[in-house]
Design a protein around this ligand. Structure first.
Ligand SMILES: [Zn+2]
Length: 446
């Protein structure tokens, strides 16, 4: 039977489970990391599982549930919390089942973290300024959760680059109190801005509901075209995507820093990420999102990440459109080619595409080829008819409505059949002139 602890220290603000255990070990431990591991987690080597020891049920019993249950600890006290929203539906279920079972695979494995090779389980991160404050508040430093998340390289509170401790042995360690020389290059202004956005995005995903990776992917594809990173006329180009990303402030910073994420700076992973049907490492999605939408309001952009289908999308010029409204993302010249062509085959061949890829691209933009041609050809024909009438009026300033009916027969009959109200708009200039003439004629002075 698991013995519960005589005294259960409370969480120190947003510290991690490992931080709590290391603090407990420092204060109440008898100098043996193994004893503390066995006492808290029923495993002598528990200190090595820094994200969350396998037997969390033991911990919940030992702490009499006063620090939360297995699920709440994983969702709010462990860097794993960032991975859970990215798990596909089936894995979410496996994860939920595992929180009820006393034994099973480790939490990191369950979240696919080791396979990614992007995280370093021996690395722990802290901020100098935070440690200084912690010493004043508690007399003991903490490992803060926001600092241990994938994608967090700066402290959001102090805008300082995080420092790293590699803790390889079986031990419960806390951040060093005496600051050491910092010889790392500090980020420039733009890099600092990007790093801060990333850290905030990571934190906003802690404890979030399962993410719709498919919708995020779709939003990214549209965003890439909106921002002119990829061209609508060509297949998504691996090199083009990589070049764009490699020039971003965050990629520049990653190149100069040390860590397993360094290899992402080249941007060559983006193409695969967008093509794969399954999800990938959270870090990749976060990097892509925060770089692509760096100009958007931070809070709105992060909200859209967790709910890309429902949140309003504010584009760079501030015009709110509902995300998924597609035809606006097709450049006007391409739109014209598609709608003016007699068939989709003809459109595809003048764009240098196969019909299959044209269809697929329109589908990516959330529309079918038929609907797109129907919708935009209506709009196109409408504006063509309006322009024909407008040109005629400009050339014949004194014309009457009858003249327009006679000389712009095709345009008029199309407008009357498809959009009767529009006709009034097209001829409002005439109406204006005629009513003025009527007024003049009826003036008794003449
Ligand atoms: Zn800090």
């Amino acid at each position: 039977m698991t013995a519960s602890l005589a005294h259960i220290p409370i969480w120190r603000s947003d510290e991690t489970l490992y931080s709590w255990a290391a603090g407990f070990h420092t204060t109440f431990g008898n100098n043996s990391a193994r004893d503390t591991g066995a006492r808290l987690f029923g495993a002598e080597h528990a200190s090595k599982e820094r994200d969350a020891p396998t037997n969390l049920h033991h911990f919940v019993t030992a702490t009499r549930g006063e620090l939360g249950d297995v699920t709440s600890i994983l969702l709010s006290r462990s860097p794993i919390s960032l991975f859970i929203p990215f798990l596909p539906r089936e894995r979410q279920k496996v994860f939920a089942d595992r929180t009820r079972e006393l034994d099973g695979s480790g939490w990191r494995v369950l979240c696919g973290m080791p396979a990614s090779r992007l995280g370093d389980s021996t690395a722990l991160h802290y901020c100098d300024a935070c440690v200084e404050e912690d010493m004043k508040t508690w007399g003991l430093p903490r490992w803060r959760l926001p600092h241990q998340l994938a994608g967090a390289w700066v402290c959001i509170d102090h805008r300082l680059p995080l420092r790293t401790v590699i803790a390889k042995g079986w031990n419960w360690t806390l951040p060093p109190v005496a600051s050491v020389m910092d010889d790392r290059p500090s980020p420039d202004l733009k890099q600092a801005e990007s790093l801060s956005r990333m850290a905030a995005l990571a934190l906003s995903l802690v404890g979030a509901a399962p993410l719709e990776i498919g919708a995020i992917r779709q939003a990214v594809l549209i965003g890439l075209r909106d921002h002119g990173v990829t061209k609508w006329t060509h297949p998504i180009d691996k090199l083009q995507l990589a070049t764009w990303f490699a020039q971003s402030p965050i990629a520049n910073w990653m190149r100069s820093s040390k860590g397993p994420w360094q290899r992402l700076a080249s941007g060559f992973w983006i193409h695969d990420l967008l093509r794969n049907r399954v999800g990938d490492h959270p870090l990749k999605w976060m990097l892509l999102w925060s770089t692509l939408f760096a100009d958007e309001d931070e809070v709105a952009s992060h909200r859209r990440f967790t709910s890309p289908g429902s949140a309003p999308y504010w584009d760079a010029s501030g015009q709110g459109t509902i995300w998924g409204a597609s035809s606006v993302t097709v450049p006007p010249d391409i739109q014209r080619v598609i709608t003016e062509a007699a068939t989709l085959e003809e459109a595809a061949s003048s764009l240098g595409l196969t019909v299959f890829s044209l269809r697929r691209r329109l589908a990516e933009l959330g529309t079918s080829a038929r609907v797109f041609r129907l919708g935009s050809s209506l709009e196109h024909r409408r504006s063509r008819a309006m322009a024909a009438i407008g040109d005629y009026i400009a050339e014949h300033p004194t014309c009457s409505r009858a003249d327009i009916h006679r000389d712009c027969k095709a345009a008029v009959s199309w407008i009357r059949a498809n959009d009767p109200n529009l006709f009034a708009q097209a001829v409002w200039l005439i109406d204006d002139k005629q009513s003025r003439q009527l007024q003049l004629l009826s003036d008794p002075a003449f």
